[in-house]
Design a protein around this ligand. Structure first.
Ligand code: DGT
Ligand code: CA
Ligand code: CA
Ligand code: ZN
Length: 578
């Protein structure tokens, strides 16, 4: 048996937590498994390689009991405790729990009262209107569940970019080291950094194609080989994600890379430009009238011969990049190295795993000049921990005294405030003005009419102490669609009132996405990037936010956390003058 990945171990441990919650066991026990699952998933080394129970217990959040289970899972793929628990409540928790609006408690009730074990059972119960008859459930609950199911089905077979990239980059790194490899590159949606990925498309040129194919199909990460021919092989990883490897002649590698990067609409238009110039472009190269090969070893060569700049892969989707490239007007897109700080994160004061000081140390390690701690405000929102209005002065003191001057990375005192149903802010102005950075966001009452939701958000933009609107669409990737609101109206008001729009870099949100960011930029909005981290490791997710920014054509000047510390402070302080 192959040793399980951290992700696989974490999934089992998290599922144990879910079942314990369904069984109404002690909260501390449930929390212990939840925390362990997160630590395991984010642990930088392969946990299955640690076979010493004492060593395992050095990982934060891992006690003796859980350490024993990890060793069992590493050796056998599962553990007795988990198997017993699963028998006690035989439902498909993984699927049901991934539905927005269903948690372990509700799943348990649906099982107890209606015998629901699977998604199919749930659909049937909804059709028969059985759920609305349960106490505490309403007709609306049923409709919401239906929407969740639709959303689940729509996204089935797609993967979050972080997960996909994790697997695909391991493959590319591995093949790069192989002595017969000439070039190996990611293509397709992964190269375009789309937020969700269908499958990985990997291209390789090799001195020995057969050896490359063998190497690919024998990689340690893969679960099974789905197909293997002379020029193409398909493999599947343990989580069901698939990767295609194509063997390409090195002389035409650029043409193949251009073709397989896409997207399709970009390719179609570029091919048309070739035709207009009396050329022909396909995956084997650029050819002239007399079918002579004139370019194809590199992408640069092809675009240059077509009289174009080379559009960065992230913006290849025929929304203006081709015209810009023809007119020498492509923007210089923002780069991850331009980022000087991270402007959204949580700590142990609420549901985070690390202290503000630990987060700042990580900030320094990432080369940042500053971070903003942005705890949730407790009023009007049920969260684990958080800061009430009256606690704000003490909260700021605590952050400012956390040896910040000795840390190379400054700490900004921020708050993430839930926008109440009527758009009022739950924190009085006298407290708001003490803070360095005020985020507002929708965390409750997602299902309102488009008009009401738009009005609700716009109301908060009138407050002079609000800096930014966090995760503006509220989507959770592959789980929850955006709430309904008038995005254009929000952008216009944001520009007028100088409210920043957040590009939330957490891979479960990536909100705004590229399309929306581009539209907001065209209206004249400015942006802030934040990882919404709940641990130091998650701070490394900034790159995903940058991918979205690039997909949205953003440049350095569009994003405030490319400013250095003093300029940022000045910028944020200007709110009083608005
Ligand atoms: P995905 O996998 O659903 O996340 O999205 P992609 O873009 O990776 O799509 P995929 O894997 O079907 O194809 C990879 C690339 O191959 C795609 O970005 C462009 C190119 N391609 C695929 N099918 C066609 C086609 O019918 N025409 C053209 N021109 N290009 C195609
Ligand atoms: Ca693909
Ligand atoms: Ca593919
Ligand atoms: Zn939030």
């Amino acid at each position: 048996m192959k040793k399980p990945s951290n992700k696989q171990i974490a999934t089992i441990i998290a599922e144990i937590a879910d079942i314990l919650e369904m069984r109404d066991e002690m909260i501390f026990k449930i929390r212990a498994y939840q925390r362990a699952a997160r630590e395991i998933e984010e642990y930088p080394q392969r946990i299955a390689d640690i076979d010493d129970i004492k060593k395992l217990q050095e990982i934060p959040g891992i006690g003796e009991g859980i350490a024993g289970k990890i060793i069992e899972i590493s050796e056998t793929g599962t553990c007795e405790y988990y198997e017993q628990l699963k028998k006690s409540i035989p439902v498909d928790i993984t699927t049901l729990n991934s539905l927005e609006g269903l948690g372990p408690k509700k799943i348990k009730r649906l099982y107890d009262e209606l015998g629901i074990q699977t998604l199919q059972d749930l659909e049937k119960a909804i059709r028969e209107k059985k759920i609305q008859k349960l106490e505490g459930f309403r007709e609306k609950t049923e409709q919401n569940l239906l929407k969740s199911i639709e959303s689940f089905k729509k996204h089935k077979g797609r993967f979050r970019i972080d997960e996909a990239l994790h697997y695909a980059e391991a493959v590319v790194e591995n093949l790069k080291k192989h002595p017969t490899t000439i070039r190996v590159e990611l293509a397709g949606s992964l190269r375009r950094r789309k937020e969700t990925i269908g499958d990985a498309d990997i291209l390789i040129s090799s001195k020995d194609p057969e050896a490359s194919m063998d190497a690919f199909t024998k990689l340690p990460e893969i679960a099974r080989v789905l197909g293997k021919g002379k020029t193409k092989a398909t493999i599947e990883f343990a989580n069901g994600f698939q990767a295609d490897l194509r063997i390409i002649d090195d002389k035409t590698f650029g043409a193949a890379l251009q073709y397989f990067t896409g997207d399709k609409s970009h390719n179609i238009k570029v091919r048309k430009i070739a035709i207009d110039k009396k050329f022909k472009l396909n995956e084997y190269g650029l050819f002239n009238k007399s079918k002579k090969f004139i370019a194809g070893k590199t992408e640069e060569e092809i675009y240059t011969k077509l009289g174009m700049q080379i559009p960065p892969a992230e913006i290849r989707r025929d929304t203006g990049e081709i015209e810009a490239a023809l007119n020498n007007k492509l923007p210089k897109l923002i780069d991850v190295n331009d980022i000087k700080g991270d402007l959204q994160m949580h700590t142990t004061m609420s549901d985070g795993l690390n202290s503000a000081e630990e987060m700042a140390k990580m900030g320094a390690k990432l080369g940042y000049e500053y971070i903003a701690i942005t705890e949730h405000n407790t009023e009007g929102l049920e969260v684990a921990g958080g800061v009430s209005s009256r606690e704000i002065p003490e909260y700021i003191n605590k952050l400012k005294s956390s040896k910040a001057d000795k840390l190379k990375c400054q700490i900004l005192a921020g708050l993430e405030i839930n926008i109440a149903k009527d758009g009022k802010l739950t924190v009085p102005d006298k407290y708001l003005k003490m803070l360095d950075f005020v985020l507002v966001a929708v965390h409750s009452h997602f299902r309102m009419s488009k008009n009401e939701m738009t009005k609700r958000i716009l109301t908060t933009f009138e407050n002079p102490y609000v800096h930014a609107f966090a995760h503006p669409t509220g989507r959770l990737l592959l789980r929850r669609d955006p709430y309904e609101f008038d995005f254009e109206a929000i952008c216009k008001k944001a520009k007028e009132k100088n409210i920043l729009l957040e590009l939330n870099a957490h891979p479960e949100r990536l909100d705004l996405d590229g399309e929306s960011a581009k539209m907001a930029k065209e209206i004249g909005c400015k942006f802030t990037l934040g990882t919404d981290s709940h641990s130091t490791t998650q701070m490394e997710n900034m790159k995903y936010g940058v991918y979205m920014a690039r997909r949205g054509w953003l440049e350095k000047k569009d994003v405030i956390n490319t400013l250095d510390y003093q300029d940022l402070k000045n910028y944020l302080a200007k709110r009083y003058l608005r």
